[in-house]
Design a protein around this ligand. Structure first.
Ligand SMILES: Cc1cc2nc3c(=O)[nH]c(=O)nc-3n(C[C@H](O)[C@H](O)[C@H](O)COP(=O)(O)OP(=O)(O)OC[C@H]3O[C@@H](n4cnc5c(N)ncnc54)[C@H](O)[C@@H]3O)c2cc1C
Length: 313
């Protein structure tokens, strides 16, 4: 009986290895699954179909095995030697869907947001400019309600397919209350977003140049050619006004501050760059130093935007 097995045992590993549509490696090199390229080896399961995700979560629940979903690793610090399994999705995608304009689209959660941005730029899909330049899987972007100065992805999502922890699928209808800033309110611990239905606000020729201009702006202001995990801290409210975390860090002169192999970017103070084989501990140590400076100088406590990876399900 699977129930009798202990998680982490070679017996359980063998069951994962023998599951159909799932690749399992108990000691995978995960650096390439993280945009910050932090050194990390940990168990990795790559699900090729929704059914594989359903079977995976069922088995994890029966064997009390912990796991964490890993999209493009653009906003999480991967835990070296993790005692849980990273679940990555690599579903098939027929990109001919993007050859013409539709009123509604259904995408597998593993599709890259960049593909959708290219489609939006090509046809002038209004509403999709909001996620210009964000490195992400669609599932990760929706989980985070990723967004830019132009808006948030939540505004163009209509329905989401979710594998629940018992392996069944729930269709979540999206309403105006489904998201808040960099947060979704419908995905419970352990649940996996597997598909997404998206709409748009019609066609507008101006969208193409808006996307081009915004990509240029990002390129000029963010360290896009360095290994980072995007913004470390969320923007914050001060007296009813939204204040930019990066600007506050810049004003405090924190650009260039470093610890171990990680440094506060000279280009954008809310980014930390892996400059020399940085580890997750380096990033967390530098984040602690920055936070205590913020507390001392401004009396403010910033909330981390990046997922520090310490809460597997
Ligand atoms: C250079 C750079 C620029 C960036 N700019 C922006 C920006 O402008 N705006 C912005 O919002 N973000 C930005 N980010 C951060 C990042 O791109 C977003 O947070 C993105 O949504 C992360 O997607 P991901 O697929 O990489 O998810 P991951 O980082 O792998 O995961 C993020 C979280 O989502 C969960 N998750 C991922 N996929 C699923 C799923 N299918 N089901 C359930 N849970 C899931 C993970 O467990 C984790 O908790 C930037 C990052 C970089 C490196």
């Amino acid at each position: 009986m699977v129930k009798m097995l202990e998680s982490g045992s070679s017996c359980v590993d063998n069951i994962f290895k023998n599951m159909s549509d799932l690749d399992f490696d108990s000691n995978a090199d995960l650096a390439r699954y993280s945009t910050m390229k932090l050194a990390c080896r940990a168990p990795l399961a790559i699900a090729k179909t929704i059914q594989a995700v359903q079977q995976f979560v069922q088995l994890c629940s029966k064997t009390n095995t912990k796991y964490k979903v890993l999209g493009w690793g653009a906003n999480q610090l991967l835990v070296d030697g993790a005692e849980f399994i990273y679940l990555h999705l690599e579903f098939p995608f027929d990109s001919s869907v993007l050859d013409s304009v539709k009123s509604e689209y259904v995408f597998p959660a593993s599709v890259s947001l960049a593909k959708l941005t290219s489609h939006a730029a090509k046809f002038g899909i209004k509403g999709w400019e909001v996620f210009t330049g964000i490195p992400a899987s669609v599932g990760g972007a929706i989980f985070m309600n990723a967004g830019t100065n132009l808006g948030e992805i939540g505004s163009v999502v209509t329905k989401v397919g979710i594998v629940q922890t018992d392996g069944s699928i729930r269709e979540e209808k999206i309403t105006k209350d489904s998201f808040s800033y960099r947060h979704n309110k419908f995905c419970r611990p352990g649940e996996v977003i597997v598909w997404v239905e998206m709409t748009h606000q019609g066609l507008d020729e101006a969208v193409s140049s808006q996307i081009r201009d915004y990509l240029r702006l990002r390129n000029d202001s963010q360290p896009l050619n360095r290994p980072t995990c995007g913004c470390m801290y969320k923007n914050y409210d001060f007296d009813g006004m939204t204040c930019r975390a990066g600007l506050s860090l810049d004003i405090m002169g924190l650009k260039g501050l470093s610890f171990g192999g990680v440094r506060v970017s000279q280009k954008h103070a809310n980014f930390m760059e892996n400059t020399d084989n940085a580890t997750r501990d380096d990033v967390l140590s530098l984040a602690r130093i920055v936070s205590s400076e913020l507390k001392l100088s401004l009396g403010l406590e910033f909330e981390l935007e990046v997922d520090t990876g310490d809460r597997p399900f």
